[in-house]
Design a protein around this ligand. Structure first.
Ligand SMILES: [Zn+2]
Ligand SMILES: [Zn+2]
Length: 166
């Protein structure tokens, strides 16, 4: 798997270097301190909102907006090796999940769930313009969504988790 060249620490711009190696990414993103960066070469498989208790705690708010991104279309740069993993053992599905985060700023990057090996569940707020450009197609754990947040028009609504794919 090829990686993007290390980003210049002082650069606040999305990488242009990727164009030298591969087609220009559709999306770029980074953690809060911008030490961990990534590029998406293809649109996410699916975008959703999750209002489960874990996502609420992790976000410190009503929930999280996520994008399921196949590993094959994602490029990550972490020149300082700041990415860490916290394994969540107690989950609604009973299967553990990996929560990846940046040790430099504490920002959650993505999760890797047992039901979707080969993909990362990326936090859309980390994607440049992601919250404006990516519309949620599904909403999970809507039973825990605060009353002051309306459903996303047209998005599938699940009171808890959707049926697990086998
Ligand atoms: Zn960071
Ligand atoms: Zn959740």
């Amino acid at each position: 798997m090829s990686l993007l060249p290390p980003a210049t620490p002082t650069s606040g711009q999305p990488e242009a270097e990727a164009e030298l190696l591969e087609p220009a990414p559709l999306f770029t993103g980074a953690c809060l301190c911008r030490a961990v960066r990534f590029a998406l070469l293809a649109p996410p498989e699916r975008v959703g909102n999750c209002y489960c208790p874990d996502c609420q705690k992790n976000a410190g708010g009503p929930g999280q907006t996520y994008a399921i991104c196949p590993n094959t279309s994602m490029r990550i740069t972490d020149p300082q090796s700041l990415s860490r993993v916290y394994v969540v053992l107690k989950t609604g599905s009973g299967k553990s999940k990996e929560k990846h985060f940046c040790a430099g700023c504490g920002c959650t990057l993505w999760t890797v769930v047992a039901t979707r090996p080969g993909a990362r569940v990326v936090r859309v707020g980390l994607i440049d313009g992601g919250l404006q450009r990516l519309l949620p197609q599904v909403e999970l754990f809507t039973s825990r969504r605060p009353g002051w947040i309306p459903p996303v028009p047209g998005a599938d609504q699940w009171e808890s988790a959707p049926p697990a794919p086998d």
